[in-house]
Write a protein that binds this ligand. Structure first.
Ligand code: PMP
Length: 783
């Protein structure tokens, strides 16, 4: 309905119509409205009326339907809270009134109802809320038998179309946090409300119990106005809408909703399906309201009425988003039976101090917690995490939820497959083959045989077995400060573990190559190393290990490296390093393994796999973290030759690896990366971010080095740019300060002085700006 076609009568014209058609002599005052034009008419003796001029696109049948419903409501409920339609002097209820300019409008004169709008009653009493529920119950009950040709209509406020509309309007919501909130809500609606929709009762409903349409006097409802959104839809939506608006700006919104629902159910009980869908139907109206507002603000930037509920709706939406479905159900319905039902699914929330204390008792002590002030995180969406109060934190740490926390398409792919089947690789299944085809298509020949696992550790563990079985050797060369996983065999090739707190040093089958770090390493830029010479120098160091081993008659089974060193402190190898190493290792009959657990799947922006930036083709590639966007999924891809040697009679069985659910999720992740163009996005945002960080480096002496590719970035803090003394304490302080600004960062590297940046790939330039501004402010404060 075009907003610019809204009637624009003057008060004089309104007074004229009242006089000529209704014999009412009154002063007209404009009232706010979304589509129609409304005037309050006040006569000399103080009587008041509402004159409604219908929007020209409003069908006559619809207005007739409205009149019929008002008549029916007054008659069937016995309540005196509905506007009465007053006839013209000729006895018409819906006259078409011509104006002098040749236009004509359908007009109605309604009785004016007394009372204050609910929105302006600060603390509505429980009795008033109960009365609202009861009034709505009576209305819905009275409307059930009503049938009218105009009742089925397309209206943007229809809950049945709302998810689609919210989805379509997403791009109009400028703020990332808000858009993420809506996306996440849509997934939640799909999960919790959608399965009940076919079972919900449908009938003619009022559909607009918003707090500006409800009038009250004392503890009683005195008026229900504006029936222009009536239609045939989910019956339960009336009470859902009433609750959603009445909860706005309330300290205890659930107490408000509970009273309304109590009053409603006393008259007109909800069915089990309606109760189950109610939390999301309530959220749906809030989400719809802000989403419609986003569009209308573009069309009518000056119409303040349109945005009247916007800020409180976002606030409530954010607050309720942090409240799980089952928790909302338990809050909304007091009934003991419902509580018991909900308890099966719901874990009662505990406060942070209790969780901390119980965690110490119940869980192994060597689980670490981030930040001096630990966070309780209860939801995630896109690049944001939300704490128990609904506060959003910008996540720069999580490279596991690669395409964004709880990406709706990934979640749905998993849910759908879980509903159908989950088994193991001992049956033929389409998913695993499709996934293997899609993955190997991203890799160069001859990397074409897949094994699926449940973690990066399992993948690396299997890679070691493949290499050792294929070569018949045991020794492995790894890079200093590397981390490859949590099993014993992997701790044994992870200097990051065996050389640090609690480590017992390396077994004699492990050989450590120096990390090819051109900033702090043995051969660094500061001592005149250019990239080519550094690559040669560090590759020679691997060559020396190989020679030493050969001299002892025990050639290496494998060389393993991350394509970019993460735990080593975001170290990007000088160009040509891996190529030189690989040729030396292969010449000695060894196998080259790259660990892409952190950096695979487009994170480095220029390539799908980070090893490609080094222009090499490994013999074995391992992956994990991002593959399942948080679902445990990893794997190994190797050459037919190595895979054949491994198939030596011993079965490789992995109970969960490659199951249909995991593969469905893995496929969804690949699809989202492609559809949302996330690799190119990572390149663009990462390149921009690096530029901004390098500008920051010129202003803050503590920033010794800024390095990165795509959305894998490191900021190395030093106390002295000449000696490179690591600014470990300062890095830790900075991360904790920025966390108070609700931005999550972490540190890593041998001295924990490198700020590590590896956010979900949906991270935007605006997000990058936020992080740079926060770092700038805190570095300044710390200087
Ligand atoms: N390799 C690398 C490079 C890693 O960073 C990690 C995890 N941090 C692993 C392997 C082990 O993966 P997971 O924790 O999934 O077993």
């Amino acid at each position: 309905m075009l907003l610019d076609k809204r009637p624009k009568l003057t008060t004089e014209q309104a007074e004229n119509i009242a006089e000529r058609h209704y014999g009412v002599f009154a002063e007209a005052h404009p009232l706010p409205s979304e589509r129609d034009q409304n005037f309050k008419l006040v006569t000399d003796d103080g009587s008041a009326f509402v004159l409604k001029i219908a929007h020209p696109d409003e069908a006559e049948a619809m207005l007739g339907f409205e009149n019929l419903a008002l008549e029916r409501l007054a008659r069937e409920t016995g309540l005196n809270v509905f506007p009465r339609v007053l006839p013209t002097r000729n006895g018409e209820n819906l006259p078409r009134v011509p104006l002098q300019d040749g236009t004509s409008y359908f007009v109605r004169l309604l009785s004016f109802l007394p009372g204050a709008v609910l929105a302006q009653i600060q603390n509505p009493s429980a009795a008033l809320l109960y009365d609202l529920g009861s009034t709505l119950g009576k209305m819905d009950r009275a409307l059930v038998p009503l049938q009218h040709p105009a009742m089925v209509r397309f209206l943007q406020w229809d809950a049945a179309h709302a998810p689609l509309l919210i989805h379509q309007n997403l791009e109009l919501v400028a703020e990332e946090t808000k858009r993420a909130l809506l996306e996440n809500f849509l997934a939640r609606f799909q999960q919790y409300a959608a399965p009940h929709l076919p079972a919900l009762r449908r009938s003619v409903i009022y559909n607009d119990a918003n707090d500006y349409n409800i009038l009250a006097q004392g503890d009683r409802i005195s008026g229900i106005v504006d029936f222009g959104d009536m239609l045939y839809s989910y019956t339960a939506n009336d009470v859902a809408v009433a609750c959603a608006y009445a909860m706005l700006d309330k300290d205890d919104p659930f107490a408000v909703a509970r009273e309304i629902l109590r009053g409603y159910q006393e008259i007109f009980p909800l069915t089990a399906d309606e109760r189950a869908a109610l939390p999301e139907l309530m959220l749906l109206r809030l989400a719809l309201s802000v989403s419609v507002c986003a569009r209308q603000k573009l069309q009518e930037p000056d119409n303040a009425y349109l945005a009247i509920s916007e800020a409180p709706a976002w606030k409530l939406l954010t607050r309720l988003a942090a409240c799980a479905h089952d928790e909302m159900l338990a809050q909304l319905f007091d009934a003991a039976a419902e509580r018991a039902d909900a308890r099966v699914w719901q874990i009662p929330p505990r406060d942070k101090s209790e969780l901390l204390a119980r965690r110490r008792e119940l869980l192994g002590r060597n689980l670490s917690l981030s930040y001096r002030e630990p966070l309780k995180i209860v939801r995630g969406a896109g690049q944001y995490l939300y704490d128990e109060n609904g506060d959003a934190y910008l996540d720069c740490v999580n490279n596991v939820c690669h395409v964004g926390h709880c990406h709706p398409r990934v979640v749905r792919a998993g849910q759908r497959q879980m509903e159908i089947l989950n088994t193991n690789t001992r049956y033929l299944h389409d998913n695993i083959i499709e996934y293997a085809e899609r993955l190997t298509a991203t890799l160069p020949a001859p990397l074409s045989v897949c094994f699926f696992t449940n973690s990066g550790s399992e993948a690396n563990e299997l890679a070691l077995r493949l290499a050792r079985t294929y070569t018949g050797r045991r020794d492995v060369i790894c890079v200093d400060h590397a981390y490859h996983g949590n099993t014993q065999a992997l701790i044994d090739i992870s200097p990051y573990k065996f050389n640090r707190a609690g480590g017992k040093g390396k077994p004699d089958t492990t050989h450590i190559a120096p990390i090819p770090d051109t900033y702090r390493g043995m051969f660094r830029r500061a001592v005149g190393a250019d990239d080519a010479r550094a690559a040669e120098y560090y590759a020679d160091a691997v060559g020396e290990i190989l020679e030493r081993l050969r001299a002892q008659g025990r050639d290496a089974a494998a060389f393993i490296a991350e394509s970019v060193s993460g735990c080593g402190g975001q170290i990007f190898f000088p160009p040509g390093y891996l190529a030189r190493v690989f040729s030396r290792v292969r010449a000695a009959g060894g196998v080259c393994i790259v660990d892409e657990v952190q950096v695979g799947f487009g994170r480095v922006g220029s390539h799908m796999w980070a090893f490609e930036t080094q222009g090499v083709v490994p013999d074995i590639v391992t992956f994990g973290k991002p593959a399942g966007n948080g679902h445990p999924l990893g794997g190994v891809i190797t050459t037919p030759e190595i895979a054949t040697a491994f198939a030596n009679g011993m079965e490789y069985f992995n109970t969960f690896g490659g199951n249909p659910v995991s593969c469905a999720i893995g496929l969804a992740v690949l699809n989202v990366i492609a559809q949302e163009n996330l690799q190119a996005h990572a390149l663009a945002v990462g390149t921009y971010w690096l530029e901004q960080l390098r500008a920051l480096q010129t202003r803050h002496a503590w920033i010794g080095d800024v390095r990165g590719m795509g959305l894998f970035i490191g900021i190395e803090l030093v106390r002295d740019r000449a000696t490179l003394e690591p600014a470990t304490r300062e890095a830790n302080e900075l991360v904790n300060r920025v966390r108070r600004r609700r931005i999550l960062l972490s540190t890593d590297g041998p001295y924990d002085n490198v700020i590590k940046i590896k956010p979900p790939m949906v991270f935007t330039r605006a997000n990058a700006d936020e992080v740079v501004a926060a770092l700038d402010a805190e570095l300044q404060a710390m200087a």
